[in-house]
Design a binder for this molecule. Structure first.
Ligand code: ADP
Length: 507
């Protein structure tokens, strides 16, 4: 009798939706289920999610995928989690209830406190300790805001009740492994490195930094390796319907790096989703960025040294396409922006700086705001569509340059993934801006794949990193065609527009 098919499950809790996918031993996705959740914008610059809705959607997609696969829990070797990073949930472990909505990574409400710290010691005040610049992007500023503005949270952190602060991985694992009856309160090194509170050399919480952001290390999850560790088992009465070992956690961008099999020093990827994130594996030595990039954990296997990455983060990429679709009505679907852009040869002089949440790497300007520059009567909807796509390519180019300067090594090619990597005009323009080939793999669900790889490696479903690297297959490649002088003209106009966007929100 043929052996029964076994799977590894990945839960991918993203900014706009939650997915559960089952992968087979060849690393191919075989079953998938996905549900969106509500984006809440209570004030300009604020973005929230309902943590209970996210937990509901997670259970729904897990149940749906198990139903589609018609498999029993014993067919699932292990499960991994990947998640939107920096988004903070504060909950009461006695009741299982969140104290407040999740404050999402794009949310800027921590800006005033961050500005006061920058005023004391500059943007790199905590960079030596944490690897990152001061920015309201990171979890610490959101935690601080919650401790200052939500009475119940303020009371709980000063001893009047129990409280857990965690990123979405922690919230889901706590719920999956038992919730109020003893759920595991943990996170992994990749998520912990996004708090502004973790010591980036020792991978432990720094009590002084925790205090800077209004909490104590005991309010924060235990930091564990991303791979090779078992965090607990899913509850029998939970969505998997059985006890599945949870043994892989990677923040979404680190998961994509892992899913793209970037295991060698110098290998990197760019994920074009809601935002856009370029990460390059830098090995076991801690890299120091002098050009506005982040030092972050790439992954850690239990019993081994953590592997680092340099990262450039862009806040607004695919979400600009969504905004053009939903708020402005320029197009009625995301792919329609490609078709519209392809009706003209160039941007007609139009540049769009999408600084809706300020500008992230390598500029770190939280006071920047969005602008459209270079408008003339000649410009039409198609030029605007091109400017929307090009904005992501220019921002990626700026990060790519910073990456080369920091590492001192030229990057030979860029592996890409994410929803926006389906855009032909963007990918071609990206290759033209970078002047290196841009390559998309066959399996484009690299984020979920990375979480599955972490969980599968932990249980011997895959033997080695070489096994995983063998799965990686090229789907499509874009080579540069544009001549350098034309490329440089585009970049110089883009940088002029970026300068104009800076400081707009400063009083
Ligand atoms: P996330 O995981 O961050 O939710 P995805 O990787 O699913 O995001 O990518 C979705 C994003 O990609 C959306 O913001 C959407 O606007 C954009 N997108 C999807 N298809 C295209 C396309 N053909 N052209 C341009 N943008 C696209």
């Amino acid at each position: 009798m043929a052996e029964k098919q076994k799977y590894v499950a990945a839960i991918d809790q993203g900014t706009t939706s939650t997915r559960c996918m089952l992968f087979n031993q060849q690393g191919m996705p075989v079953y998938s289920s996905q549900l969106e959740h509500k984006q809440q914008y209570p004030k300009p610059g604020w973005v929230e999610h309902d943590p209970l809705e996210i937990w509901e959607r997670t259970q729904d997609v897990v149940r749906d995928v198990i139903r589609k696969a018609q498999c029993s829990p014993s067919d699932i070797v292990s499960a991994g989690i990947t998640n939107q990073r920096e988004t903070v949930v504060a909950w009461n472990p006695d009741t299982g209830k969140p104290y407040y909505n999740a404050v999402v990574w794009q949310d800027l409400r921590g800006k005033d406190y961050i500005d006061s710290l920058i005023h004391q010691g500059g943007i790199d005040l905590l960079r030596d300790k944490t690897g990152v610049p001061l920015s309201p992007y990171f979890a610490g500023s959101k935690i601080h805001w919650l401790t200052e503005h939500v009475d119940e949270i303020r009371r709980a952190v000063s001893g009047g009740g129990r409280i857990c602060f965690g990123t979405i991985d922690s919230w889901l694992i706590w719920n999956l492994t038992g919730g109020v009856s003893g759920g595991a309160f943990i996170t992994d090194v990749t998520n912990a490195s996004r708090y502004l509170m973790m010591d980036i050399a020792s991978f432990s919480w720094n009590a002084e930094l925790a205090e800077t952001f209004g909490v104590k290390p005991e309010h924060l999850p235990e930091i564990r390796p991303s791979i090779g560790d078992c965090y607990g088992y899913t509850r029998r009465d939970g969505p998997f319907g059985g006890e599945i070992p949870l043994c892989g956690i990677l923040g979404d961008q680190q998961a994509a790096l892992f899913g793209q099999a970037c295991f060698q020093v110098g290998q990197g990827k760019n994920t074009y989703g809601t935002g856009c994130f370029l990460l390059v594996n830098t090995g076991e030595e801690m890299p120091v960025s002098k050009h506005g990039l982040l030092t972050t954990a790439a992954y850690q296997e239990k019993g081994k040294k953590p592997v680092y990455a340099l990262e450039g983060s862009i806040a607004v990429a695919g979400s600009l396409v969504q905004w053009m679709r939903d708020s402005i009505g320029l197009v009625d679907s995301a792919p329609a922006i490609d078709r519209l852009a392809e009706t003209v040869d160039d941007n007609g002089g139009v540049y769009f700086v999408p600084a809706f949440s300020g500008l992230f790497a390598p500029y770190w300007e939280s006071g920047a705001r969005g602008l459209i520059a270079g408008l003339t009567g000649f410009a039409g909807a198609a030029h605007l569509a091109r400017a929307v796509l090009e904005a992501t390519a220019y921002q990626t180019k700026d990060i790519f340059d910073a990456m080369e300067k920091d590492s001192g090594v030229p990057i030979q090619e860029l592996r890409v993934d994410g929803g926006m990597s389906k855009s032909e005009p963007l990918m071609q323009f990206q290759a033209d801006m970078l002047q290196v080939p841009v390559i998309r793999p066959e399996v484009q669900e690299t984020t979920a794949l990375g979480a599955a790889y972490a969980a599968g490696l932990s249980r011997g479903f895959w033997e080695s990193y070489d096994d995983l690297a063998d799965h990686w297959k090229e789907d499509k490649r874009w080579s540069p065609h544009m001549d350098i002088s034309r490329r440089d003209e585009y970049l110089s106009q883009w940088h002029k527009a970026v300068e104009r966007s800076k400081g707009w929100a400063e009083s």
